[in-house]
Structures are given as structure tokens and as C-alpha cells.
Design a protein around this ligand. Structure first.
Ligand code: SF4
Ligand code: SF4
Ligand code: SF4
Length: 324
């Protein structure tokens, strides 16, 4: 048998849910492990240290899956180390690919975020505003250090060269299976591609009016609702009912998971091919189907922070933050 493919997993600033999607492969993972050798998985699964990665020869890892966004100087350092050690680097999940939900924090100053997290919450007792410091001398002799908190969230490709992208928060396990299948067969898409089946969420959604032969796919939205306003009809396209759904512009590898539980698509799958700026496209797509100014005003009333609404998963990757 040919040598096993050496894979590594590295979590930056994220919740490790992406890595759970690897485990969700269940029996398929068992089959794949006959062909894969996991040589690094930190800091979540394996008893390894960052030093172990630094000590590897450059290019030792065939494929690295890197999940989580970049916010700390430690993330920047480790992303650069992994880039050197891996022949192929995959931005794994929407945090690494587009910044993820944590990317919305870039709309606030570092000072405001620290005050919110370490001083002003109802359960925090910190009247002097003592915040974490990169370096701190304890008892006059122990120099303790913490990673530096950078000013903004960044995507993986704003730090290192990225070969492929996988969407989702977390990625559906089919994404992971497709990536591993493509790796093992040597049939990876062109560098820079998203690993996706190429279908939008609307393409896999049973409510799609076009699938029912209705000519409603271009009907204008006449009101805006949130799911707290009522329970959507499970047979009718959510957009046609007024629930803002990003299915038309989002990759549908999840199989429309949210639609299956009567929730609009929020866009975690990442953009369908051809879209450069997810949030800008979401804004443009939705604005173009609102019937009139009254409906636009309803949207702004229902979603007071439109930047966070449209860029929920993608703010650091968009043009908006670059202009702020
Ligand atoms: S993409 Fe989602 S699941 Fe993955 S690390 Fe980020 S928040 Fe967690
Ligand atoms: S907009 Fe949403 S509800 Fe309508 S067809 Fe697309 S995914 Fe389904
Ligand atoms: S329906 Fe949209 S938000 Fe929900 S899992 Fe799929 S891509 Fe993500």
C-alpha cells in the first residue's frame, strides 16, 4: 500500500465544532483512517504541543485542516508555522475561511470588547477595570505571559496562503468526506477553490418555488418577519413569507439543514461560486427583492444592525471592514 496521507488539524480562534464534524464522519472516518495518518491535532484532540509542530520538517504534513479565525498573535504565529509544515492548507469552516461569527467583534474597539467581557457584565466584580495583560509579574518573580489580542479578526488567507476552503459553521460532515475523498483520489479542484458540490441552499431546498413549477422565484418580498414573529409555513419558500433567507447565495452542502427545521439559512456555508464579498452580495440580493420603501424600513426595524445581519459569518473577509 502507498504511504498514508499525513494530515494535521490546528484550531486557531474557534469553538472546535469544525473538528466535531470530522468525528461525525463516523464509519466513513474509520474507513478513511486506513489511508490517513493524523500527525498533529492541537490543541483539542491529541497530546501534542505547538513545539511538536515547530520541530517537524517543512512540508512534512500532506494536508492541514486549519479551523477558527485569527485574533491573537499566537494564532498568527501558528498559522505561519502550519503553512510551512503543510504541503496543502485548507481553511476549514467559515471562521477560518471568512472570519465567522466572531468576526462581528471587529465592529467594536478592543477597549470596548475588554470592558464588556471583563468589567461590565452583571456577574463581573472588577471595579478597577483590571484586564488581561500580555505580560505580568506575579509575586515579584513569576513572569506570566498571555497572547496579544490583535485589533481586528482576520481570516486565515489574510495571514498565509490558503489552498482550499470549506464552508459551514460547523462544516457538514459531507464537506469533510468530500475533501478527504478528493485528497485520496488526487482529484482536488483548482487551487483557491471552495470544496463544495456547487449547489446553493435553494437548489437543495424542497420549498424552492421553481422546483414546484411555480413562477414565484422572482416574486417580491412584501413584508419582513423574524421567526419570533410566528411559525413559518413548512411548504412555502421562507423569502416568499417574509423571512429573510440567504439560501440563494449560500453553498448548499449542508443539505439545507436549517430549512429542514424551519429556520432561514443564515449563510454559514459560505458563498456560492462567483461571489467575492458575501455580505455585500447578501445585502444586494435581499435589497433587490424588497417590494418598496415600507418593506425596506421593516427590514431595518427588524434587524437594527444590518452590518452584522448581512456579514454574520463574513465580516473580516468583506470590503466593509477594510473601509472602516
Ligand atoms: S466555523 Fe463554527 S464550528 Fe467552526 S470553529 Fe468557527 S464557530 Fe466553531
Ligand atoms: S430562499 Fe430559503 S426557503 Fe426559499 S427556496 Fe431558497 S433556501 Fe428555500
Ligand atoms: S442552511 Fe445555511 S445557515 Fe443553515 S447550515 Fe446550511 S448553509 Fe448554514
Amino acid at each position: 500500500m502507498a504511504d498514508k496521507v499525513k494530515v494535521g488539524f490546528l484550531l486557531l480562534g474557534g469553538c472546535a465544532g469544525c473538528e466535531m464534524s470530522v468525528v461525525d464522519l463516523s464509519e466513513k472516518l474509520v474507513d478513511a483512517l486506513a489511508h490517513l495518518e493524523v500527525v498533529f491535532w492541537a490543541p483539542t484532540a491529541a497530546d501534542v504541543k505547538y513545539n511538536d509542530l515547530e520541530a517537524m520538517e517543512d512540508g512534512f504534513i500532506d494536508v492541514a485542516f486549519v479551523d477558527g479565525m485569527v485574533r491573537l498573535d499566537e494564532h498568527i504565529h501558528m498559522a505561519k508555522v502550519m503553512r510551512k509544515k503543510a504541503k496543502t492548507l485548507i481553511a476549514f469552516g467559515v471562521c477560518a475561511a471568512l472570519g465567522g461569527t466572531a468576526g462581528m467583534s471587529s465592529l467594536h474597539s478592543k477597549e470596548d470588547l475588554f470592558a464588556k467581557a471583563f468589567k461590565n457584565t452583571p456577574t463581573t466584580d472588577n471595579p478597577d477595570g483590571v484586564y488581561p495583560q500580555p505580560s505580568c509579574l506575579v509575586d515579584g518573580k513569576y513572569d506570566l505571559t498571555l497572547p496579544v489580542y490583535e485589533d481586528k479578526v482576520r481570516t486565515l488567507n489574510q495571514i498565509v496562503d490558503v489552498d482550499y476552503y470549506i464552508g459551514g459553521c460547523p462544516p457538514h460532515h459531507s464537506h469533510v468526506g468530500a475533501a478527504i475523498g478528493a485528497l485520496l483520489s488526487g482529484q482536488m479542484p483548482p487551487k483557491g477553490s471552495w470544496i463544495t458540490n456547487g449547489k446553493a441552499v435553494c437548489d437543495v431546498c424542497d420549498r424552492n418555488p421553481a422546483k414546484k413549477g411555480d413562477n414565484l422565484s422572482r416574486a417580491m418580498v412584501t413584508k419582513v418577519l423574524r421567526t419570533v414573529d410566528g411559525t413559518p409555513d413548512t411548504d412555502i419558500c421562507l423569502l416568499q413569507q417574509g423571512y429573510i433567507c440567504f439560501g440563494p447565495i449560500t453553498q448548499g452542502d449542508c443539505g439545507g439543514s436549517c430549512l429542514n427545521v424551519n429556520i432561514p439559512c443564515r449563510g454559514c456555508g459560505g458563498p456560492i461560486p462567483g461571489i467575492e464579498d458575501y455580505g455585500a452580495q447578501a445585502l444586494s440580493s435581499i435589497a433587490s427583492i424588497l417590494k418598496d420603501d415600507t418593506v425596506s424600513a421593516q427590514l431595518m426595524e427588524k434587524y437594527p444592525n444590518l452590518a452584522k445581519f448581512f456579514y454574520r459569518y463574513a465580516l473580516p473577509s468583506g470590503t466593509l471592514p477594510k473601509r472602516m
